[in-house]
Design a protein around this ligand. Structure first.
Ligand SMILES: Nc1ncnc2c1ncn2[C@@H]1O[C@H](COP(=O)(O)OP(=O)(O)O)[C@@H](O)[C@H]1O
Ligand SMILES: O=C(O)C1=C[C@@H](OP(=O)(O)O)[C@@H](O)[C@H](O)C1
Ligand SMILES: [Mg+2]
Length: 172
């Protein structure tokens, strides 16, 4: 059994899907953001506010390496930006793991994030119009990195259960 790494834009469902996949497979689940928060003893929002994004990206890279080097098996939910910094995208192609890009459209992401942005410092202060434009541009920039995943699952119009099913098929 290999480590399973879920990636994709903010709001695509990494944390939600990882948790549900964990229940079915009985493989423990770790959320990279939660691991960073525990280690830094600060919320993601406070890390950004007190130390800035570059410091966060350093912690994120270190924690990603630490989890990948652990001898135990995990389902790991990355942060939306994880593959896009510190050459983390190259780690997604490691044969010791299975990486899955949860691909969502701009509309899906916008609809999920619009009422769910306060803990996400990159979008927390944006109004609805700014957010839609930001997501569109940002997703375009980041797709290059997300496309380094070994597998892709389109999540638009799917229930949590349907997306989990799609990932189970990849793992079978
Ligand atoms: N079909 C679905 N799959 C995944 N998440 C969904 C779905 N429908 C609604 N949601 C909601 O979208 C949000 C996804 O957020 P989250 O799992 O934190 O994503 P990420 O970790 O990728 O940022 C959650 O609030 C979740 O309840
Ligand atoms: O896209 C990003 O750069 C970020 C996504 C967040 O994780 P989620 O994708 O789980 O919201 C979190 O790591 C941080 O706010 C930065
Ligand atoms: Mg998350």
């Amino acid at each position: 059994m290999k480590k399973i790494v879920l990636l994709g834009y903010m709001g695509c469902g990494k944390s939600t899907i990882a948790q549900n996949l964990s229940k079915i497979t009985e493989i423990p689940f770790l959320d990279l953001d939660v691991c960073i928060e525990k280690k830094a003893n600060l919320s993601i929002k406070d890390i950004f506010e007190q130390h800035g994004e570059i410091y966060f990206r350093k912690l994120e890279h270190e924690m990603f390496l630490e989890l990948l080097q652990s001898p135990e098996n995990y389902i790991i939910g990355l942060g939306g930006g994880t593959p896009c910094y510190a050459n983390n995208h190259l780690l997604l192609q490691n044969e010791d793991l299975v990486s899955v890009y949860l691909k969502a459209s701009i509309d899906t992401l916008y609809n999920r994030l619009v009422h769910n942005k306060s803990k996400r410092p990159l979008i927390a202060d944006m109004n609805e119009e700014e957010m839609k434009e930001f997501i569109a541009k940002h997703l375009f920039d980041r797709s290059f990195y997300y496309n380094h995943a070994q597998f892709k699952v389109v999540v638009d119009d799917k229930t949590v259960e349907e997306t989990v099913e799609d990932i189970l098929k990849i793992l079978a």
